[in-house]
Write a protein that binds this ligand. Structure first.
Ligand code: ADX
Length: 191
């Protein structure tokens, strides 16, 4: 029996390393759980430590990582879970492919551009990786030697250099709520 608290959705957070994807994903998942809505996080670092351990950072491997996350996100969302995906997912075509796949299943999908200028992400450098990349110790680091293709028309944009984490989280959650409510209305209308 479908009710408005078990409508799944996928919020796909894309952006540079250090832009704030994981922070927003975690804060949003906590808030959803507090409201009694099941939420899960699919995070790049966690995926790469487990089901994407075999993948590197070539274009083909990054696209494969995105496909795997998309497959799992769809599976979870079909079962009423709101999935926060936090992956750099640098290539537009791979993100568009995942969106098409998930929307085909009737699952609300929101592309969230977690946007901060490279210089800011680099100054935050939470994992010390930009420093290493600049010293040539990490090849093909996104934003340094490897491309990042920003979304043309994201559903939500979080300017994390100008807004608080609370505001970014609120923007994502309100978009998620609107899309879940629309899905619920269409479910009722077609019953
Ligand atoms: S994605 O490109 O395939 O979407 P993903 O989000 O899973 O990337 O992983 C990014 C994380 O891997 C970064 O936050 C960083 O910790 C680590 N990493 C290691 N090497 C690289 C690299 N060359 N480019 C980007 N991130 C890297």
């Amino acid at each position: 029996m479908q009710n408005d608290s078990n409508i799944g959705a996928v919020a796909w957070l894309t952006g540079l390393s250090g832009s704030g994807k994981s922070t927003i994903a975690r804060a949003a998942a906590v808030e959803l759980s507090r409201k009694g809505i099941s939420a899960e996080i699919l995070d790049g670092d966690a995926m790469r430590a487990t089901i994407s351990r075999d993948l590197g950072f070539s274009k083909a491997d990054r696209d494969e990582n995105v496909r795997r996350a998309g497959y799992m996100a769809a599976m979870l969302a079909r079962n009423g879970i709101v999935v926060m995906v936090a992956l750099i997912s640098p290539y537009r075509a791979a993100r568009d492919e995942v969106r098409a796949q998930i929307e085909k299943d009737g699952i609300p999908f929101l592309e969230v551009f977690v946007n901060a200028p490279l210089s800011i992400c680099e100054s935050r450098d939470p994992k010390g990786l930009y420093g290493k990349a600049r010293r040539g110790e990490i090849p093909a680091f996104t934003g340094i030697e490897d491309p990042y293709e920003p979304p043309f028309c994201p559903d939500v944009e979080c300017r994390t250099d100008r807004e608080t984490i609370e505001f970014s989280t609120w923007s994502v959650l309100s978009a998620v709520e609107r899309s879940r409510a629309a899905r619920f209305r269409s479910f009722i209308a077609h019953k």
